[in-house]
Design a protein around this ligand. Sequence first.
Ligand SMILES: NC(=O)c1ccc[n+]([C@@H]2O[C@H](COP(=O)([O-])OP(=O)(O)OC[C@H]3O[C@@H](n4cnc5c(N)ncnc54)[C@H](OP(=O)(O)O)[C@@H]3O)[C@@H](O)[C@H]2O)c1
Length: 347
Amino acid sequence: MGHPGLLARQLSLVFNRAGARTGIGAARLTGLIAPTVATLLAGNKAPQFLPALAYGNRSVYGEEETDRFLRLREHMMTTTRPLALVTGASSGIGKEAALALVAAGFDVVGTSRDSSRVTPLDGVTFLDLDVARDASVTAAVQEVIERFGRIDVLVNNAGVGSLGAAEETSVAQAQAVFDTNVFGVMRMVNEVLPHMRAQGRGRIINISSVLGFTPQPYMAVYAASKHAIEGYSESLDHEVREHGVRALLVQPAYTRTGFEANSAKPDTPLHAYAKRRQTVDRLMAEAIRDGDAPAVVAKAIVAAATDAKPKLRYTAGPMAGRVSTLRRLVPARAFDKQIRKINRLAA
Ligand SMILES: NC(=O)c1ccc[n+]([C@@H]2O[C@H](COP(=O)([O-])OP(=O)(O)OC[C@H]3O[C@@H](n4cnc5c(N)ncnc54)[C@H](OP(=O)(O)O)[C@@H]3O)[C@@H](O)[C@H]2O)c1
């Protein structure tokens, strides 16, 4: 028979589901019943018909037995909170999402490429992670599994912007952007999925953008990376659903973060695009300055993580909702005209 702790954890899955179905607190069920059942299944000397509550009584069951039960119960009580892993939690949307997930009852692991420089966040454990490096992704996911034993929600938030005309961006620069925004997501998904499939449950939340379904001149490479995430996530969702896992998309509009300052600038600037680029750069900076608070996006991320019947796509905030509706309803020619107007491009 297996280790009682492991059994208890497996049983906690069953009780969590039962608790969710019956409305009985899952923590009460797992905390009080699972350790006892696990101990009995493990062939322990525990009295056979013992109500779980009485198990804490030292005068009846002795010091050693009682301590063992209390340790096991403590373990169960502290490990049954779902765990969320948020990439790029050092700033902006990721930071707000990490805090909102803590408030929603998750154990949260946040990441940064250099966690020693991150201001600590209450309830968030920080790890180093560079999603553009295979070894870093493998090591970070392994560490989460070793320390917490599970990953219930993965928020693929780490990302970089890229400004400038398409022709002003070298292929090497575009590859670097894709290595974070697209292949970084794929690395994380491939590393985390085996654990989610083994658990029979999990949610992968990929942070897309309104630029995942609309064009943005002078941000072609970035828009391409977010369009790629849309197609990838929707396809992935069909594959993993029958394993109890969902792949979902959150689509923010312009959001007040360091995104623009952290964006890659064109590495081969051309005079032919300079004037238009400067105009679009200015419009972009204004849009981000006047954009949604990161908390608006964090709210959508928490909804995607916790909704009983999750949607494939969550627009974050009213602006993203409006853009999404317009994209679907406005005829292509009119939409095209509007994009040129907004970006001050010649008709
Ligand atoms: N702000 C917007 O208007 C907006 C709109 C739509 C979508 N988004 C998306 O929202 C997400 C978050 O962006 P943000 O606006 O919050 O920008 P941000 O403040 O610049 O945050 C980006 C985060 O990504 C992390 N990161 C960057 N490269 C990484 C890498 N190679 N490996 C691991 N982490 C990396 C950074 O962490 P470290 O530097 O600490 O490693 C940072 O925490 C991105 O996917 C972005 O595309 C933003």
